[in-house]
Design a binder for this molecule. Sequence first.
Ligand SMILES: Nc1ncnc2c1ncn2[C@@H]1O[C@H](COP(=O)(O)OP(=O)(O)OP(=O)(O)O)[C@@H](O)[C@H]1O
Ligand SMILES: [Mg+2]
Length: 260
Amino acid sequence: MSESILKIEGLTKRFAGLTAVNNLSLDMKERSIHSLIGPNGSGKTTTINMITGVFKQTEGEIHIQDVSTESKKTFQIARLGVGRTFQNLKLYDSMSALENLMIGGHELATMSLWRGIFDLKGSRREEKLLKDRAEYILNYIGLSETAQEKVKNLPYGKRKMIEFGRALMCFPKLLILDEPAAGLNPSERKQFVDIILKTFHEGIDIFLVEHNMDVVMNISTTITVLNFGVKIAEGTPKEIQNNEQVIKAYLGDRFKPIDV
Ligand SMILES: Nc1ncnc2c1ncn2[C@@H]1O[C@H](COP(=O)(O)OP(=O)(O)OP(=O)(O)O)[C@@H](O)[C@H]1O
Ligand SMILES: [Mg+2]
């Protein structure tokens, strides 16, 4: 039995008068692409916000590998090896692509791992380190030529890719993606799927929230389905596609298998 990278038990989030996530448990294994799907407002982003420490849960426990995130702040959870993207991109529009990545990596400069390797002393060396990492990531996502471009001048697909790159800056072992394919055209979507798979094959586990069912069904190891904050199903893509409750609550005719 493989180890868990992310374990959620009895997770609940109540906002005034609304239970956004209701007693959710899931066990994401290392070396998997684990997707969380469900209708709009079913609690997917709220779940991500609890995993990453943006929201404190009302009840329940979250472990990254065997470390509880209880009372940890967002930067401490990032240091456990959790990177994320935001559904509504959180980029600094007036800054360049390179600067956006450098800002995304600010935790990195203070990470003890890095201090150990590089014996950093001054902030200039830290900045050089961040710049080198940002240049490496820009190249990795195929956007080296945009380094000096202001993010606001880049098309949406490239901004989304920079958001993805920023999440890689601190060497995550778990990468959480909130709707990476939303708003992309088919060719951008294919590029995104390719980079997600490449990243997965480099050893980073992926927790994916996504409405595009072609993407989800093609790349997921396991899928968890939420409806009104409640887990209604979990299984392989095939099991989920054939689950009556999931079809009724969410899939409808959203997903038509290509090979029937
Ligand atoms: N900060 C908040 N305060 C109050 N209610 C919130 C807050 N954030 C989310 N909600 C509510 O919690 C529910 C779940 O929202 P959430 O954003 O998690 O849904 P989602 O599954 O990500 O939806 P989508 O697919 O549209 O992104 C919704 O009813 C939403 O209005
Ligand atoms: Mg959402």
